[in-house]
Design a binder for this molecule. Structure first.
Ligand code: NOJ
Length: 568
């Protein structure tokens, strides 16, 4: 990274819009492009540089749009292509950019490519997906006949039988999301052509859904390998065969050459990569290799989990420091980090890592934000995070809408687990926590819709909403605004070298950022226990404050207090 000529996204902040929950403009209870167009002042006011838009393409909505049936259109649920063009123009005129979601590990089973592929074993598109006969010695449809033992990420086997042909197709996610076969060059060329079409339309980059799963480890004879058994499921973990598979770098370099080359300086590309290691991320994000600008890694959002995401454990702050510290160091000389707490797949950060009780909700939300935004990397803000939105009080299993949660509950019941325990974990970890409508104001449906929202609005919206915070300088919203402005104004925040302090302290997260003779010292109390600063970091006592989340800073670092200081 040349500090004299850094890419634009090193000082940018991205805001993610999950369209079905952002703003409804036509009263059907589902957010849409018209709604986004109405709310652009909120984004300008916050100061973000980029809008990442989760999928708005035609889709049967089996996974809320991550199951696409037409890559080059807009689902009528969300609006029209004209409105998308309007959104591009409106963002550009406000100095913001638009990053689209690119979901090309799989399509919908209703995509014409899959319909054609499924139509017959001799179809010209048969090889565009992963079709396999039953396992040797098994009749199709018999338990254990699946071609591999892989468990789907959304529970159950990762193979679905097509009764007409007697063959199975692979779906790492829901059965309605068949995996594309990237081994086939026609698939790759079709995807690249579609991407160019969007760039030519004016979009400014892509967030690439589970892009490190597109290369599968397949033997020359087409055989796919079983994975180690997952206890209690009868299935196996196939991830070694599809996480960062053998051709992943080749595919991304080819994509870069065929799609981005010559125009990449203006774009932002971020690959969502579950299971990626920091060593692999160096390769993915080294500009000299021409792959992606940055990746979403998952290490820190796995620290509060045991055997699966539903096995919830308390987060140990020292583990978070070790993890973030390694990623900061690993991508210091080459590559770049993306920084996030929240997105549409994660429960709300203030409930998960902060303290959403009335006493500490505002302070913990602003503390977590300060901690994250002062790291080196590009921060991502997920809609509602900037107003401190919290998890939803789900009463029963019927309250959930997400395919992952619903499938998990069903599989857990079949496995004989205790419903109350399963429900308790879902309350904490379900993706629906992130998907309740944005709380714009204190009216009945929080200003989200005039109809009935597809997922209920959190009852706490009477107090926690954007309108209440907009003109309140002490609000969570005002604090995000200040953090974003600080990144824009101060090159140390964007580019400064990172050094972790107090790696073994259980509650206080501290680090420095240094560039060209200027050093910032960041101190965050990630707990409700006060600490005397002189015991912890004497150099922080009396240091000039650049930005803090509590008024009147003194000698004690108060519960959930965060300070950014000038270090001498
Ligand atoms: C990751 C996306 O973020 C998630 O929402 C989706 O369910 C899966 N990929 C499958 O597309």
């Amino acid at each position: 990274m040349d500090p004299n000529n850094p890419p634009w996204w090193t000082s940018a902040v991205v805001y993610q819009v999950y369209p079905r929950s952002f703003q409804d403009s036509d009263g059907d209870g589902v957010g849409d492009l018209g709604g986004i167009l109405q709310r652009l002042d909120h984004l300008s006011d916050l100061g973000v540089d980029v809008l990442w838009l989760s999928p708005v393409y035609p889709s049967p909505q089996a996974d809320n749009g991550y199951d696409i049936s037409d890559y080059q259109g807009i689902d009528p649920l969300f609006g029209t292509l004209d409105q998308l063009d309007e959104l591009i123009a409106a963002l550009h005129s406000r100095g913001m950019r638009l990053v689209m979601d690119l979901v090309v590990n799989h399509t919908s089973d209703e995509h014409p490519w899959f319909l054609e592929s499924r139509a017959s074993k001799t179809s010209g598109k048969r090889d565009w997906y992963w079709w396999r006969p039953p396992r040797g010695g098994f009749g199709s449809g018999h338990p254990g006949a699946e071609p591999t033992n892989w468990q789907s990420i959304f529970s159950g086997p990762a193979w679905e039988l097509d009764a007409a042909s007697g063959e199975y197709y692979l779906h790492l996610f829901a059965a309605k999301q068949p995996d594309l076969n990237w081994e086939n060059p026609e698939v790759r060329q079709a995807v690249y052509a579609m991407m160019r079409w969007w760039l030519d339309r004016g979009v400014d980059g892509f967030r690439m859904d589970v892009i490190n799963m597109i290369s599968k480890d397949v033997a020359a004879d087409g055989h796919l390998h079983d994975g180690p058994p997952i206890p209690g499921t009868g299935l196996g973990d196939g991830s070694a065969s599809y996480i960062c598979g053998p051709r992943i770098h080749e595919f991304l370099q080819e994509m870069h050459r065929d799609v981005f080359a010559g125009r990449d300086a203006a774009l932002l590309t971020v690959g969502e990569m579950p299971g990626v290691t920091v060593e692999q991320a160096q390769l993915f994000t080294d500009p000299a290799r021409g792959e992606v600008d940055m990746v979403f890694q998952f290490e820190h959002v796995g620290l509060d989990q045991g055997t699966s995401k539903w096995d919830v454990r308390p987060l140990r702050l020292v583990d978070l420091k070790a993890s973030f510290g390694r990623w900061q160091a690993g991508l210091a000389e080459v590559g770049w980090n993306s920084l996030y707490w929240d997105n549409h797949d994660q429960p709300r950060a203030v409930s998960r890592f902060g303290d959403d009780s009335p006493r500490y909700r505002r302070d913990s939300a602003t503390c977590l934000a300060t901690l994250l935004h002062l790291h080196r990397g590009t921060p991502y803000v997920y809609q509602g995070e900037e107003i401190g939105m919290a998890n939803y009080p789900f009463a029963s299993v019927d309250d959930f809408r997400d395919v992952e949660s619903i499938n998990h509950f069903a599989a857990a019941m079949v496995a004989g687990q205790d419903p109350a325990t399963v429900l308790a974990a879902m309350r904490r970890m379900s993706r629906d926590n992130a998907r309740t409508p944005v709380q714009w104001d204190a009216t009945e449906h929080a200003g989200f819709t005039s109809g009935t929202p597809w997922l209920p609005v959190n009852p706490d919206h009477d107090e926690w909403n954007a309108a209440a915070q907009r003109h309140d300088g002490s609000s969570v919203l005002a604090h995000y605004r200040r953090l974003i402005a600080l990144r824009h104004e101060n090159p140390v925040v964007a580019l400064g070298a990172f050094a972790m302090l107090l790696p073994h302290h259980d509650h206080v997260y501290a680090f420095t950022r240094a560039l060209g003779g200027q050093t910032l010292l960041v101190v965050c109390n990630v707990s409700s226990t006060p600490y005397a600063l002189s015991d912890l970091l004497p150099q922080a006592v009396g240091a000039p404050l650049v930005l803090g989340n509590l008024p009147d800073p003194g000698q004690t670092l108060r519960p959930w207090e965060a300070r950014v200081l000038h270090a001498s």
